[in-house]
Design a protein around this ligand. Sequence first.
Ligand code: NAD
Length: 378
Amino acid sequence: QCIGVPKETFPLEKRVATVPDVVEKLIKLGFTVAVESGAGEAANFSDDAYRAAGAQIVDNAAALWAAADIVFKVRPPSSEEVALMREGTTLVDFIWPAQNPELMQQLAAKQATVLAIDCLPRTLSRAQKMDALTSTAGVSGYRAVIEAANAFGRYFNGQITAAGKVPPAKVFIAGAGVAGLAAIGTAANLGAIVRANDTRAEVADQVKSLGGEFVKVDYEEDGAGGGGYAKVMSEGFQAAQRAMYAEQAKDADIIITTALIPGKPAPKLITAEMVQSMKPGSVIVDMAAEQGGNCELTVRDAAVVRHGVTIIGYTDLASRLAKQSSTLYATNLLRLAEELCKAKDGVAVVNMDDDAIRGLTVIKQGEVTWPAPPLKAA
Ligand code: NAD
């Protein structure tokens, strides 16, 4: 079978779903690989590099979708892309079925088989090597700190120099999931004083192990909502949390927010008053901007200055580190391809008896199979 990799068409998207090193490995599994000309350009992978790895370079999107039996992509396909798709194609991609019911219908009408990488059961340890949500969040968390450092007018680390003493920057991280933990590690490595809070008490040790201090909300309620995810907190907790965040906002130079609750708008944690109370020149990076933002003043996909504070609401943080995130994503998809092609004969087999594969298969030959039943072990 031919694995096809189109150039991403979503605005601002620089990533690509496979990289030359991975092409070689896909070919060893027995597949042929076709890559649309220019697909890797924005991530610094040239057509020549893909060609040298054994891929066929295809002139345009129409030819690519026509050639492919299996398509690897990053962003959910647009209607134009679905129109180019052959009947019966297998698509491996971020899909977000709950948010994209129309796309699901269009894909089902194409008799497609769709493996939604965002639906992988993440708690299965066997599935971790395929967990693109984790690799993407890790890159985004790192980049959030780099964006903050770029907008901040001072060092992160404290220094004693002949020109005077420089205090370390204080960074507060709201939400210590995968992205938040990556941000904690990055900011601590740059020498900042890092504090973090999460509604799930279980992350406190992870925060400490990365060099951060866990700041608790003074209210007895745990936020674990199942599967490692958070729940919506009670009014009482939220009031206590706001009081604590108001104190942190006055003290912090940089706030990075990452708090999400599955299927809900992002919790509003940083109010306009908190922004107003921050020191001029402070920076907020709102990693929840795509889900409505954790800060009341965030503008999606923009950096704005409000009350002297730069508020960054970029939703393309992983794409801003396109080479790194593409390489990790390509490796996640390679691990999936290995699972689908155990015989190494270049034919993908979607085994619905395998928990990991069942979880991410949202359409099988035109039949919608999402949502998957709960894991037997869970
Ligand atoms: P996420 O992106 O859904 O949320 C980010 C963080 O925000 C979470 O830690 C959440 O608890 C926190 N949060 C939500 N509401 C909040 C609030 N009001 N105030 C403060 N913080 C709030 O989460 P994620 O990064 O995708 O990770 C979810 C979980 O999945 C984590 O526990 C992670 O360790 C787990 N995970 C497990 C595996 C595995 O077991 N193999 C793999 C990947 C992730």
